[in-house]
Design a protein around this ligand. Structure first.
Ligand code: HH2
Length: 308
C-alpha cells in the first residue's frame, strides 16, 4: 500500500466556481451529487431500465426529488467490452429526457454523457450545460469547439485504452502519477483549444482500464489531486472493483458505492457520480455537516453569469 507524501485525510477542499453554460456552479462548500440516467439497453448495472422514454422521464423527476444536484444523461454504455452506437441512435435514446427537462423547467443542471460532438451539441442546444466526455476530448475532434462555443462545463476523464479493450490486463508503472499526468495534459489541451479553465472538471476514471489495486490506490491518493488545481469528480458507483471486494452483483452494490463516495468526498472529491442518489445524498449530508460544509438545502447554482 502506497501513501503519498502530502496527502491529508480528511482533505480540505478548494472552492471553485464551475462555469457551465449560463450557470456558475459552486464546488467545494459541499459535495455535489451527479445522478446517473442511462438510457441504454446494455449499461452494466441498469441497462434496459430507462431505455423506454416514459421510464427515463420518471427517473429524471425521481432523482431531482431524491436530491441530485446534477443529472448525467447517457445513451451509450461504456462498460468493459461495450461497442459504440451511432450518433443518431444515441441521440434518439436521450432526446426525450432533455425535452422533458425543458418542458418541466427542472432546476437541476443537466450533463450529457457522450464522446460525440454531434450529440453534445444537440443536448446543449436543448438546455444541457455540461458535457461529460469519458474520452477527454480524444474521440471526436469537433468536441472541444462545441464545448468552447457553448461555454459548457466539461468533465475530462482518464481511460486507458477503449471500452472494448480497457480491462484486458491494464498495467501502469505508477498509476497515480500516470493518471495525474494524463489529466494535466488533457486539461492543457482543452485550454489550448479555447476552453476556459473555469469550465473544466477532472476525473481519474475509476474502472476505466484499471484493476482492483489501481482503483484503490487512485481513491487513496485523492487528497493529492489538489496539485492538479482543478475540481475533481469521482464515479465509483456499482463498479466491478466493489463486486470484487464484496461478492455482490452490480445492482446490489448500493452500500459499497455509498462507502466509496463518502471516502471520496472526505478525500477531496467535489462531485460524486452515482446511481443511488437518495442513499448517497443522505450519507453525504452527514459527511458535509461533520466537515463543516454547507447544508444540502442551500443552492450552489447562480442563475446566470454575465454574458461577454
Ligand atoms: N463511469 C461510467 C460512465 N461515465 N463518466 C465519468 N465522468 N466518470 C465515470 O466514472 C463514468 C462516466 C460508467 O458507469 P455507468 O454510466 O453506470 O455505466 P455504462 O457506461 O455501462 O452506461
Amino acid at each position: 500500500m502506497t501513501t503519498r507524501p502530502g496527502t491529508v485525510f480528511p482533505s480540505p477542499r478548494r472552492v471553485f466556481h464551475w462555469r457551465a453554460g449560463k450557470q456558475s456552479i459552486e464546488l467545494g462548500h459541499r459535495t455535489l451529487i451527479m445522478g446517473i440516467l442511462n438510457c441504454t439497453p446494455d449499461s452494466f448495472s441498469d441497462g434496459g431500465r430507462y431505455l423506454e422514454p416514459r421510464q427515463a422521464r420518471a427517473r429524471l423527476h425521481e432523482m431531482v426529488a431524491e436530491g441530485a444536484d446534477l443529472i448525467d444523461v447517457g445513451g451509450e454504455s461504456t462498460r468493459p467490452g461495450s461497442l459504440p452506437v451511432s450518433a443518431e441512435e444515441e441521440w434518439r435514446r436521450i432526446e426525450p429526457v432533455f425535452a422533458e427537462a425543458r418542458r418541466a423547467a427542472i432546476e437541476v443542471s443537466l450533463s450529457v454523457d457522450t464522446q460525440k460532438a454531434w450529440v453534445a451539441e444537440r443536448a446543449l442546444a436543448m438546455g444541457a450545460s455540461i458535457v461529460n466526455d469519458v474520452s477527454a476530448l480524444r474521440n471526436d475532434p469537433g468536441m472541444a469547439d462545441v464545448v468552447g462555443s457553448y461555454g459548457a462545463g466539461v468533465v475530462l476523464m482518464h481511460m486507458l485504452g477503449t471500452p472494448a479493450t480497457m480491462q484486458s490486463d491494464p498495467r501502469y508503472d505508477d498509476v497515480v502519477e500516470e493518471v495525474f499526468e494524463f489529466l494535466r495534459e488533457r486539461a492543457a489541451f482543452a485550454v489550448s483549444a479555447g476552453i476556459a479553465p473555469e469550465q473544466i472538471v477532472l476525473d481519474p476514471g475509476i474502472g476505466f482500464g484499471k484493476g482492483l489495486e489501481h482503483n484503490l490506490e487512485l481513491l487513496r491518493s485523492l487528497p493529492a489531486a489538489h496539485v492538479l488545481e482543478y475540481p475533481i469528480l469521482v464515479g465509483a458507483s456499482r463498479k466491478r472493483f466493489l463486486g470484487a471486494l464484496t461478492g455482490l452483483a452490480a445492482p446490489e452494490r448500493a452500500q459499497p458505492s455509498v462507502a466509496a463516495h463518502v471516502y471520496a468526498a472526505l478525500a477531496g472529491a467535489h462531485i460524486v457520480r452515482v446511481h443511488d442518489v437518495l442513499a448517497t445524498a443522505r450519507a453525504i449530508a452527514i459527511v458535509d455537516a461533520i466537515s463543516g460544509g454547507r447544508s444540502r438545502g442551500e443552492s450552489v447554482v447562480s442563475p446566470k453569469i454575465r454574458e461577454g
